[in-house]
Ligand binder design. Structure first.
Ligand code: FAD
Length: 504
């Protein structure tokens, strides 16, 4: 897709989201019943079911970088729609990546139009965070016989296919883990609705029960024993997709806080003029910006096909922390109104909707675990130098400027660490620090002169005094710097170029 086509498509979809969906978003979420009859045809019309389906199978075929802004916009408008389309498109991506040629040809065209949809079913009542899956599939003639229970499964209400992860070998055996594509109408397969959730209520989440459900032998996604590859292969991008969802919600919360702060007047002034409110807004913007940059980096890596499990976990965790902090701050800025639904902003809904981002694709503890393991790996530890490489100018060494490995082993007990040549007490003797400290002192003196000059007497007298004393202070500053410069030169010459061993 050319840049111009992408932009035109994006505009078309975003217009639809804001003009037709946003006005209904709170009502949909409040009632928990998703108007499939009216909305699914519109989603299909705008290609939203096929965002990640390759074009040859009738989809839009977006890259990760192109897809993330869509997820962010869904989140801004409606968490329900974001969850629905995120799971649909991620499952479609799994078929596109791991399905056989026959599966791609038979499943993807109808998935791309929304005529068909697939859940992603791994979690069980006794296995959430872990991969100690209890569901089993055993061969019986021309079928797999599937037994087990999955719960929390998104889109269970309307999906006609389910990507079910189960054991085809012994527990603990990586190759004994397999993914099967199971149709809803399989005998022995039933679906129950789960209780109402904290947010994102729309199509219900289901409990999938398999009791001797017979599934065709060619229903494997990938090959037998490929389940872990399929699962991890989708988990990585999906974590990034959840992070993009966090970005969207955080952006909307910031926009709401900005808008409100300019309109709300207390004691005759907009609260946006208050330093405490400005500081909240500034910190929100900082968080949003940082998340956006991390997402750009990891999206590029996904599109280049580079492994980026660590970056995906970092993005997922940063996204969650960002959206929680930013929505919370937005609630602070908006005050009591934010505690009420749509009064006038949907902040209360956004806050509830964002909380799911902690659970999808692994809890925060698990993201930390993934990162820590990579950092501490014995044979090939994560190289911090490769994080964020797109900002490394082309042709430069990514390791340059990073701390060289140091020998941190000490012969004696740890509390007798030998004093380093850069002992903290010596730092005050370094010329650069002395220059900094001296200029700070002079600047502070100068500020005081301005304050004294500006107080007492008539306005005119104060202005004249300020100008005169200000000019004298500037002159003093120049003289002081010239003298300090000579002193430093002498210092440096005496020390023979300074303590070189402290320069790293
Ligand atoms: C609304 C919703 C939709 C969902 N949709 C789907 C779906 O479509 N498909 C699907 O398969 N799943 C789905 N899930 C499940 C989701 O992926 C899990 O909730 C998540 O992986 C956590 O599993 P759990 O809830 O069983 O928590 P648990 O595994 O019971 O964990 C509870 C706590 O213990 C911590 N913990 C557990 N084990 C460890 C460990 N080894 N080390 C450190 N800490 C640990 C966790 O971090 C967490 O804080 C959904 C969940 C929700 C809430």
């Amino acid at each position: 897709m050319s840049a111009a086509d992408y932009e035109a498509y994006r505009r078309d979809v975003f217009d639809f989201l804001w003009n037709e969906l946003e006005p209904r978003a709170s009502e949909i979420e409040r009632h928990g019943a998703f108007p499939r009859e009216s909305l699914f045809p519109k989603f299909a019309e705008h290609g939203l079911f096929g965002l990640l389906v390759p074009r040859e199978f009738g989809g839009i075929g977006l890259s990760a970088r192109q897809y993330l802004p869509f997820l962010a916009e869904f989140s801004k408008v409606s968490g329900v729609v974001r969850v629905l389309l995120h799971v649909h498109n991620t499952s479609a991506r799994a078929v596109a990546h791991f399905g056989t040629d026959e599966q791609k040809a038979s499943l993807l065209p109808s998935i791309a139009t929304g005529a068909s949809s697939m859940t992603f079913a791994i979690t069980e009542p006794n296995s959430g965070t872990g991969l100690d899956v209890g569901a089993t599939a055993t061969r019986d003639g021309d079928a797999w016989v599937l037994n087990g229970t999955k719960h929390y499964i998104t889109n269970a209400e309307f999906a006609d296919l389910h990507l079910v992860f189960c054991r085809t070998g012994s527990a603990g055996d990586r190759e004994g883990f397999t993914a099967l594509v199971v149709p809803t109408d399989t005998p022995g397969f039933t679906i129950e609705e789960m209780p109402e959730m904290m947010g994102n209520n729309g199509p219900y989440h289901g409990v999938l029960r398999f009791e001797n459900a017979r599934v065709a032998i060619d229903s494997l996604a990938g090959a037998e024993g490929d389940g872990l590859n399929v699962f991890l292969g989708e988990l990585e991008p999906s974590r990034v997709f959840v992070a993009a969802s966090s970005l969207g919600t955080a952006e909307r919360a910031l926009e709401i806080a900005l808008d409100f702060s300019k309109r709300r007047v207390t004691f005759g002034r907009a609260i946006a003029e208050r330093p405490s409110v400005q500081s909240e807004l500034a910190e929100m913007a900082r968080d949003v910006y940082a998340l956006r940059l991390v997402l750009e980096d990891v999206a590029d890596k996904l599109d280049r096909g580079e492994p980026c499990a660590i970056e995906a976990s970092i993005a997922k965790l940063l996204g969650l922390e960002t959206v929680m902090r930013v929505t919370d701050k937005a609630l602070d800025v908006v005050g009591g109104r934010a505690y009420f639904a749509d009064y006038p902003y949907p902040l209360e809904r956004l806050y509830r909707e964002a909380r799911i981002n902690a659970l999808e694709e692994g809890t925060p503890s698990i993201q930390r675990l993934v990162m820590a393991r990579a950092l501490l790996k014995e044979d090939a530890p994560l190289s911090l130098a490769t994080l964020g490489t797109p900002y490394q100018p082309e042709g430069t060494d990514p390791a340059l400027g990073k701390n060289p490995p140091q020998d941190l082993s000490y012969a004696g007990p740890l509390n007798e660490r030998p004093s380093s040549p850069c002992d903290a007490r010596d730092l005050t003797h370094q010329p650069a620090l002395r220059t900094g400290a001296a200029s700070c002192a002079i600047r502070s003196l100068q500020r005081r002169v301005y304050v004294c000059a500006g107080s007492g007497g008539t306005r005119r007298m104060r202005r004249r005094r300020t100008l005169l004393l200000g000019a004298l202070a500037e002159l003093a500053l120049v003289i002081a710097f010239v003298q300090l410069g000579s002193a430093i030169q002498a210092d440096v010459a005496r020390a023979g170029g300074g303590p070189a061993e402290c320069r790293s």
